[in-house]
Design a protein around this ligand. Structure first.
Ligand SMILES: [Zn+2]
Length: 262
């Protein structure tokens, strides 16, 4: 349908132009034999016909084409032959722009073009123009549009994937690196030690406060050898929190005796 619409518009354009050219030739050939006024009127009429042809066909063409326009998704669902045609045009354009080894039929682990060549291809696609002899010339505007979009979509996916690999990420343990190194980082010894210390910190916070009652917080008395440990930090945090809340702190020793002092 869509292809027929654009082909019939193009065919009308050509047919009218042939007749106009024939008239023009006759006027030129018999210019000497015609009164000057007749020649000029004839040439003016031809000029008007040429403009009429352009405006009439231009008004007809977009409507004819747009009525039958389908999205790529619709074509994939409803018209496999047309989809194949789009892929073929995309493949031809790839070969035209990137050389004989290029193809749209690469598997998705493989980039469409070598790293660093994306921008050049992208610009060639943005400025692609169907001219006689090139891959986009013989096809319809809709097929050409989707073929170009298909290549651009692949280029975007490739670029996005590359970015994901090199995108800098940071870890709470203090490490900074690229996304591609993340899997290796989480098995790194420094990171593992950090994760373990985080867990000990959580355990220490849970165990340091023995109980709370009426404005008094009972905190486990710290053994000197625990100084500097997660337990030490958790104790200081608990004391600070109690002071901020206006609570009194009582230390409980391992044997159950209590003290105002640590
Ligand atoms: Zn880390």
């Amino acid at each position: 349908m869509e292809i027929n619409a654009s082909r019939s518009a193009a065919a009308s354009d050509d047919a009218i132009q042939i007749e106009l050219d024939a008239m023009m030739e006759i006027f030129e050939e018999y210019q000497d034999k015609l009164p000057e006024g007749a020649y000029l009127r004839g040439m003016n009429a031809l000029g008007s016909l040429h403009r009429h042809k352009r405006t009439t066909l231009a008004a007809r063409r977009p409507g004819d084409i747009l009525r039958c326009w389908q999205t790529l998704d619709e074509i994939m669902d409803e018209n496999e032959d047309l989809y194949d045609e789009i892929m073929e045009v995309a493949d031809d354009i790839m070969i035209e722009l990137c050389g004989d080894d290029a193809t749209i039929y690469t598997n998705h682990n493989e980039n469409l073009v070598a790293r660093g060549e994306e921008k050049e291809l992208f610009e060639a696609l943005v400025n692609y123009k169907p001219v006689e002899g090139n891959a986009g010339y013989e096809t319809s505007p809709m097929v050409l549009h989707h073929a170009l979009q298909l290549i651009m979509a692949r280029l975007f996916d490739d670029t996005y994937h590359e970015l994901e690999i090199v995108r800098p990420v940071s870890c709470q343990c203090g490490w900074r690196g690229s996304q591609g190194n993340w899997d290796r980082h989480i098995t790194n010894m420094r990171h593992v030690r950090w994760v373990l210390s985080q867990r000990r910190m959580i355990d220490a916070r849970e165990s340091v406060v023995v109980r709370r009652e009426s404005g008094i917080v009972y905190i486990k008395s710290l053994s000197p050898h625990l100084s500097g440990s997660e337990f030490d930090i958790a104790t200081k945090e608990a004391i600070h929190a109690a002071e901020m809340a206006g609570d009194r702190v009582i230390f409980v020793c391992a044997d159950g005796t209590m003290s105002w002092f640590a």
